[in-house]
Design a protein around this ligand. Structure first.
Ligand SMILES: Nc1ncnc2c1ncn2[C@@H]1O[C@H](COP(=O)(O)OP(=O)(O)OP(=O)(O)O)[C@@H](O)[C@H]1O
Ligand SMILES: [Mg+2]
Length: 426
């Protein structure tokens, strides 16, 4: 739920990889100060009264697939199911190591099965995120997930089915996303070393049209957040974009989400948290968080989608660690762009569309938040690009490009190296 670097508000950034609950508490007051809106901490306890019963079970089968509200809605109250630890232990076969789908800052994510009562042959596949006792994250992120995801419903937001809180055990239960994360697909085998993602099958490079579909889906999810309740997501990145069996993108991880500013204000001020390489410069420098700070993160993901390279990779040659700083000059020019496009596309992409996406990415990456487009505008632009429906062009010859030139050995999470943090923050 965010490779986070907690720090003091207003600059004075304290680089550390070990955020703790005492700093998290400081941020809570900001969430509570927005309590005139419907997302308050108390929502967690007062409205999540779902209980284990058969009508709930039947809802889950629907929830994990079809979405009745294609444009999304804010539920008057969450109807999350409260699971016992024993339920989730059984569902994940006692948290069997070979069922681990991945691991993030909160803890491991396991694949599981909820069997229908009296019918062991049918049930629902779920993903169970279990807090690691050594994690720097905890109650704060868990609550935020329940407060936001428990009530926001949209086809491009992952569905939270329920949660478990028993003594020190904190768990979250989601619909299972069959194709894993965009990160798994873009950065392929390096994400597959440790865990058997996607049933252990080899990850094929994503073709151009699927990349565009994923970007559009994620943009829809973000646009919904920004327009429905002015929610600032704060941790937009490839690992938080999950994919269902048809590559529909769904945004996950609301541990860092925040309510945006009131109408009279342009931003909220908060501790700097998020993920290096994706966070907007004004936010890292000042702690001022704008709705448009998310647009910057979206721009970074667009560049990752184009290049197949990670936002941040300390193993690339010096000057290339930060992807956007490095490739921005290449995005302005159609010919230069070809040189940084993902070689795994094998040149099979419509060059006009790719250039238009690159132009859009540059707008999202504008230094000034005001100059960035809104997510609604970003979405409309991408829909127009998709509608142009250009046929991928077969390349005349395969060009050597940046990926081949700089095949770096990627680290899954460079941000966990605190010495590297310090370097970045100087
Ligand atoms: N609902 C889900 N269905 C299928 N796989 C999932 C689901 N949720 C998470 N995963 C898998 O687990 C991995 C870890 O997810 P998690 O959100 O805990 O960490 P992360 O996004 O990699 O890092 P961070 O802690 O920075 O958010 C994901 O990359 C994805 O592969
Ligand atoms: Mg995540």
């Amino acid at each position: 739920m965010g490779n986070c670097w907690p720090s003091q508000p207003h600059g004075g950034v304290t680089p550390t990889t070990t955020g703790n609950l005492s700093t998290a508490t400081a941020d809570t007051s900001q969430t509570i100060s927005s309590s005139t809106t419907s997302f308050t901490t108390s929502t967690t306890t007062t409205t999540t009264s779902g209980s284990v019963n058969s009508s709930m079970n039947s809802k889950f089968s629907v929830a994990s697939g079809d979405q009745p509200y294609p444009t999304g809605q804010i539920l008057p109250a969450s109807n999350l199911r409260i699971f016992s630890f024993a339920d989730l232990k059984a569902a994940t076969r006692n948290f069997r190591p070979d069922l681990v789908l991945g691991e993030g800052g909160f803890g491991k994510v396991f694949k599981g099965w909820l069997e229908e009562k009296g019918n062991s042959k049918s049930g629902t596949v779920i993903a169970v995120k279990k807090l690691n006792s050594e994690s720097s994250q905890g109650m704060e992120e868990w609550r935020s997930e329940i407060n936001f995801l428990g009530r926001l419903s949209h086809p491009n937001l992952v569905k939270l089915l329920g949660y478990c809180l028993e003594e020190t055990e904190l768990l979250l239960v989601y619909e299972f996303m069959r194709k894993g994360s965009l990160e798994n697909h873009l950065f392929g085998s390096e994400c597959l070393n440790k865990y058997h993602f996607l049933g252990g099958s080899a990850v094929q490079p994503l073709p151009w049209d699927i990349r565009l579909k994923i970007a559009i889906g994620a943009a829809r999810g973000l646009a919904f957040l920004h327009t429905s309740q002015k929610v600032i997501y704060r941790d937009f990145k490839a690992s938080n974009i999950l994919l269902d069996g048809s590559y529909n993108a769904k945004i996950s991880d609301f541990g860092l989400a925040k309510l945006g500013p009131s109408a009279s204000q342009s931003h909220v001020t908060t501790r700097v948290m998020g993920t290096f390489g994706y966070a907007a410069p004004e936010y890292v420098a000042t702690g001022h968080l704008y709705v448009k700070s998310d647009v910057y993160g979206f721009g970074v993901v667009l560049v990752e989608i184009l290049t197949g390279l990670r936002a941040l990779d300390p193993n690339r040659p010096s000057g290339q660690h930060n992807l956007t700083d490095w490739v921005k000059p290449y995005l302005h020019d159609r010919r230069k762009l070809k040189g940084v496009m993902d070689s795994r596309l094998e040149g099979k992409f419509p060059s006009k569309a790719a250039f238009r996406i690159a132009q859009l990415a540059l707008k999202c990456l504008a230094t000034e938040p005001k100059q960035r487009p809104s997510m609604k505008e970003v979405l409309e632009s991408m829909e127009r690009i998709q509608a142009a429906n250009e046929k991928p062009v077969e390349p005349k010859s395969r060009s050597t490009n940046t990926r081949q030139a700089h095949q770096a050995v990627h680290h899954r999470s460079p941000l966990k190296d605190s010495s590297y943090f310090t370097k970045l923050l100087k």
